[in-house]
Structures are given as C-alpha cells and as structure tokens.
Design a protein. Structure first.
Length: 538
C-alpha cells in the first residue's frame, strides 16, 4: 500500500520504522515506534517538506514459519493475516504512513533484493564457505560464544541452536574502518550519543564477516532465493534491511528512490535498541558495498515493559494498542506514549499511570482550558472572538512564552526528545490556565453587568478573551503533529481552521488570526475518569 506526497520543488524528507516480524499481532511496543515516527513525519510535512513515511512487515522470518506451523496453517496465510493487522494500525492509531511494504508479497521488494545482492557480489563482497555457530531463532541471528550468558541468548534466555552448514557470507571486515570513521564524525549520525558510543565500542572489538544465507531446507522453503543458487535462501536480515530502498523502487532506480533516498535532505531510520547492530553496522556496510548513499541518521528508542516485565507472548502480558485506543481514545494513548516515555529511554507501562496522566494533563489542564475559554466567549461576547486592546504585562508574558515554547519544540524534535517537546507545550497550557485565574474574566463580566457599560472594562474583557482564544489557537497548532485529532477538535470549537502544510510555522506564531472567529463550543474533549475506569471514548 502506497500513497504519495508530491514534491513540487520542496525539500524531501524520508523516515522509516523497522519492519516487525508478523508471527504475532501488534503490541504496544510496536505502537510506540510507529507513533514516534508519525509525529516526525507530520511535523516535517507541516514545515513544508515533501515527506515519505514508510513502514511494513518483515515476512520472511523463520519465526513466522514456526508460528504458522503451531497454528496449523500455511505460512503465507499467517503473514497475510498478521500483516493486515499491522497495516490496520494506520486508522486505529491515526498514523500517516505513506507506504506499507510486505517483503514476501511484493515483486518490487524481491527484485530489489536480487539487484542489491548481485551488486554486492559484483564488488567481490560475497563468498561461500562452511560455517558452524549458535543461532537464535528469536533474534534471527548468530551469536559468538562470548556473547552468550551461560550459554543462553542474552535477549530470550533460550539456548541457541547449533547450526553447521554452507552459507554465503558478506565481507563486513572490509568496511570496518570506513564505518568507524563515518559514525565517529556523525556523517552517519546515531541518536542518542550513548548508542553511538555503544556502536563504536562494538566496532573497536573487531568486526567479523557475517552469514547472509540459509539452506533452503533449514528455511523450510520460505524466503527469497539466492540469485543463481536455488538451494540457498537469503538471510532474513539481509533481505529485510533492503526494504528501506526497495519500497522506493530501487530495483528500477525509480523516481521515488531518486527523490527520497539519493537526493533527500534526510534519510532517517527509527528503530528499537535491540536491533541497533543490524542498522548501525550491517546495513551501512551493505550500502557501502552496493554504492548506495547511507542513511543520514539512526534514531534509537528504548523499550516499554509491562509492570516491570518485558513484553512477551509467553508471559501473557502483551497489550493490544488498538484495544487501548478504543477504550481510552487514540490521542490519550498517543499522548501517554509521547509524553511519559522518554524517546530514547525505557518506561514501564501501567493502566493506572495511563489514567493518571489522562486526568492530570488532558482532562484537568487542556480539556478544562478549552471548555472554560469557549464557554466564556459564548457567554460574554455572543460567541465571537473580540478584537483586543493593548496587551497588559500578563498577556505579554503569555505571548513571550508561546514564542519560546515554539523554539523549545523545534529543538526537542531535532534532538529526538519528543517527551521534552510536549513538556514544553504543557508549560504553555499551564500558563494559559494560570492567566485565566490571574485575570478573572468572570469578574470583568460581572462588573459590566452590575455597573453598566464601561469602555475600559469592556476593552479589558475583550482583550482577555482574545488572548485566551489566541493562546488556544497557538496550542492547537503546536499540538498538531502530536495529537492531530485533538488539535482539529480544538480549532473546530474555536471556529478557526488549522493551517495547511507549509503555512504551519507562520500560523503557530502569535497574531490576530483568531479575531472574528465564531466559537462553536462542543462536548468536553477529555471528560474526567475514575481511577479504575475503562471507558469507550473516541
């Protein structure tokens, strides 16, 4: 599935998520990565970039074969069913990805993988030899004995299978020095810095050529065949990593490949910390071999645990993000994952914390602010946002804060610190609530009712209501990349539409755009929840 954002002379900006194995249904950890990438894609579209946001499904894994066997169904049927579940996260989580690539079902991918393989082979970087090693199916990778913990996989705690067979190998050692140089110089930038240092230390210990194929028998006949050798299947990671360019029609040097990879201002991969080796070492080395430009940046997020434990099907603690979004609202889930989860750190998820966050930040602060402001404008000025008089010191402080918050949001996004961006925005939400209490517009309205028309008091009230409406309009625009549904609901209640892509940066600045808008009001955006509530909220 692909939808295209056209260029029209804009700078291009490309972001991908990793493509998950589809041996099981999506869980909240998948939602975290997709929502983070969605914010980045929306933000850059609003800033006028021609954006392409790609995700997809990694279907050629032995894990998928095993899962299908356990269910007693063909592998193709399992990956078809589960890939659709991942693709359906687009409406379920209000995602805006432009392309969803499936690695077992699309000719553009297989032909691109074959071209990539043959290009690396022509460079003399592929060779065949006998190999013996420990292979973890859960990780889909070989481990050195020194990397195991008491003989067990450091991730899954299982004993890797001892595998002995003839495979094709990639000459990773040939690119060790070049990789180190580019990463150290931030020509290939890894965020956060701690992950960059981790990768450099790994390279310093010395790289080894790695196996890039499996016998057809061990792959159980599933996967992309090695060109010219039908008895070998391409290793799932060598196959899967190329999706970032095969989805752009690398096979035919298509216009999307030229625009979003070769000529793009940024090529960003967003991945979890557990697969950093593949994306920071194997993939760029493969690209160097194939003569393809490297990604510009690799942004690495942390893990979600559930009540202190790793998310695991065997532990029975897998949380369905679609179910959460249906129960609490899409933007409730988006806000929690973006604000309470440090973008590059680990966080423990609990429903209790989700509800507390909802009540404290969304209901008590943002929702209450929208409700108070729209009701006061409806009651005091007949539903029309009035023109302001001169701003007082309190209003000027709010204007200054809004301008500072805009810069903080830009800086935080550039550093992949989305939680800090929302924290900055909530400073503005809190300050606007404080302004309401400080200025007391209800007191001004009461004075007019009780003492008759007073031009000075009337102007003070008009200015106050304008300031509040404009603050809400600015908040809604700043919120648009993070909680698009909520941003749209706020401006609908204000009667002032969101700016179009490319006009957003100007529109989020303070001005008098809101003057004359007809406030529609509406239902409370975030009704308060009981601590143990599980509502059905849209």
């Amino acid at each position: 599935m692909s939808t295209q954002h056209h260029n029209g002379g804009q700078k291009s900006w490309y972001i991908t998520t990793s493509i998950p194995y589809v041996n099981a249904q999506p869980h909240i950890g998948h939602a975290l990565e997709l929502i983070q990438a969605d914010v980045l894609a929306r933000y850059h579209r609003l800033n006028g970039y021609a954006v392409r946001f790609q995700t997809g499904a990694d279907e050629n894994s032995l894990k998928n074969v095993q899962a299908a066997a356990q269910e007693g169904i063909p592998t193709a049927a399992l990956v078809e069913r589960n890939a659709r579940r991942f693709e359906q996260l687009r409406p379920a989580l209000d995602l805006s990805f432009d392309d969803f690539i499936r690695t077992s079902a699309e000719p553009r991918h297989e032909s691109g993988v074959h071209k990539f393989w043959q290009t690396c082979a022509a460079r003399g970087d592929l060779y065949k030899r006998h190999y013996r090693g420990r292979y973890c199916i859960g990780c889909e990778q070989f481990y050195e004995e020194s990397e195991l913990l008491n003989g067990r996989c450091p991730v899954h705690g299982t004993t890797p299978e001892l595998v002995e067979e003839e495979n094709y190998f990639f000459r990773l050692t040939r690119y060790e020095d070049e990789l180190y140089r580019r990463i150290e110089a931030d020509q290939f930038r890894i965020v956060p810095e701690t992950r960059k240092r981790e990768v450099l230390r790994f390279i310093e210990r010395g790289l080894h050529d790695f196996s890039i194929s499996r016998t057809r028998a061990r792959a159980r006949g599933w996967g992309i065949p090695v060109p010219g050798d039908e008895e070998q299947v391409i290793y799932v990671w060598f196959d899967a990593l190329t999706n970032y360019i095969t989805g752009l029609d690398y096979a035919h040097n298509g216009p999307a490949y030229q625009q979003y990879w070769v000529d793009s201002s940024e090529r960003i991969h967003l991945v979890g910390k557990d697969i950093i080796r593949f994306h920071a070492i194997y993939w760029p080395a493969m690209l160097l071999s194939a003569g393809v430009p490297l990604p510009s940046q690799l942004w690495v997020h942390g893990f979600l645990t559930v009540e202190g434990q790793k998310i695991s099907k065997s532990l029975g603690n897998v949380i369905d993000p679609v179910e959460l979004a249906e129960q609490y609202g899409i933007d409730t889930l988006r806000y929690y994952l973006l604000r309470k989860v440090p973008s590059t750190g680990d966080t423990d998820f609990t429903r209790d914390e989700l509800v507390r966050t909802y009540n404290a930040d969304l209901a008590d602060q943002l929702g209450n602010l929208v409700s108070r402001v729209t009701k006061m404008i409806a009651q005091y000025t007949g539903g029309t946002v009035p023109a302001p008089g001169p701003l007082d010191d309190a209003a000027h402080r709010l204007v200054d804060l809004s301008q500072g918050v805009a810069q903080e949001i830009d800086d935080a996004i550039a550093q992949f610190a989305l939680h800090k961006a929302l924290a900055a925005l909530w400073e503005l939400v809190g300050a606007t609530n404080k302004y309401v209490v400080e200025v007391e517009p209800w007191r001004l309205a009461r004075t007019l009712r009780e003492q008759g028309a007073d031009p000075t008091v009337a102007q003070q009230l008009s200015t106050t209501l304008y300031v509040l409406a404009e603050a809400l309009r600015v908040i809604a625009h700043q919120l648009a990349p993070f909680l698009p549904g909520t941003a749209d609901a706020i401006v609908q209640q204000l009667g002032a539409p969101l700016a179009a892509d490319g006009e957003w940066r100007l529109a989020r600045a303070w001005g008098e755009r809101i003057v004359g808008a007809r406030v529609a009001g509406g239902q409370a955006l975030f009704p308060k929840l009981a601590p143990d509530a599980r509502p059905n909220q849209s």
